[in-house]
Design a protein around this ligand. Sequence first.
Ligand code: ACO
Length: 325
Amino acid sequence: MTRLRSVVRGCGSYLPRTVVTNDDLAARVDTSDDWIIQRTGIRQRHIAEADETTSVLGIKAAESALRDADIDPSTIDLVICATSTPDHTFPSTATQIQAGLGIGAGAAFDIQAVCAGFVYAVATADKFLTTGAATRALVVGAETFSRLLDWEDRTTCVLFGDGAGALVLEAQPGEGHSGDRGVLTSQLRADGRHREKLYVDGGPGSTGTTGKLRMVGKEVFRFAVGSVTDVIAQAFAATGTTADDLDWFVPHQANRRIIEASADKLGIAREKVVLTVDRHGNTSAASIPLALDAACRDGRIKRGDLVMIEAIGGGFTWGSALIRW
Ligand code: ACO
């Protein structure tokens, strides 16, 4: 049986020019390189300058993905941007990326699922592409999380970074089995009862301010390792695949310990895990496309490879998508 699949045509990313090391942070708050590396695996992160807004980072990542796909921006009829740090409350960052690329047709909108935003965005684009509602989608994860941080709070400010990544997805016919190229399944979940564990203490509808990120780190850690693996098991079950079939596991890059504990729990070999948290920190919705692009650029992810992406974010929201590259 033939069916439409959302096939990856191109991948790209962009990082702000300024690199901030753990030692740089230790000069500002009471922390150390050793503590940060041991608890998180993070060695450095990129931090956006004032002129590097989320849409600026998103446009550069999108341009890089369009170059990789070797297609003209005017053929894109859907732009989705996953972000929690839009340039403005409105219009959406997706429309600013669309305009920056010179695209004036099709649909564009943001998705807000915090660190799970890119998985939500891929799943949403897949629904558009496989129902014929769009033909070529640009899916961007772009963040300037540094703007949400309380730089006096050592328990959070050491964890995050800024950046953007993007995929070009195109509707192509497939056979309807797990050997097809494209998005094979996506699994999305949310449980808003966990709000207090990870949130921003402001917003246009409450305080009228942007607010700062607040987190109960231990609770997030426990939930991330304890509960989130369900969406990966469900992706395997939905496609008749197993951890052994995977070529690459590309999880949200929050913390090396969370990633390795999740991979171990699922029986995914450590050498299949793509890790960029050491260089990028946690870039929220941008972390997965940044990691995908790093692994494509260095030749690890190749056409035909089976790639699992997975993330958990504030809400909590979480999800997975299994993609044959
Ligand atoms: N430097 C030095 N010491 C610190 C720092 C720091 N940056 N931050 C906290 N500490 C201290 C604490 O004050 C505490 O000191 P105390 O024992 O005297 O009270 C001690 O270190 C231990 O603190 P814990 O919070 O118990 O440390 P823990 O081992 O839980 O590690 C961490 C903290 C890294 C945040 C961990 O809980 C974690 O990774 N949680 C997941 C959160 C996460 O990754 N969130 C990202 C956003 S959500 C997402 O993307 C999914």
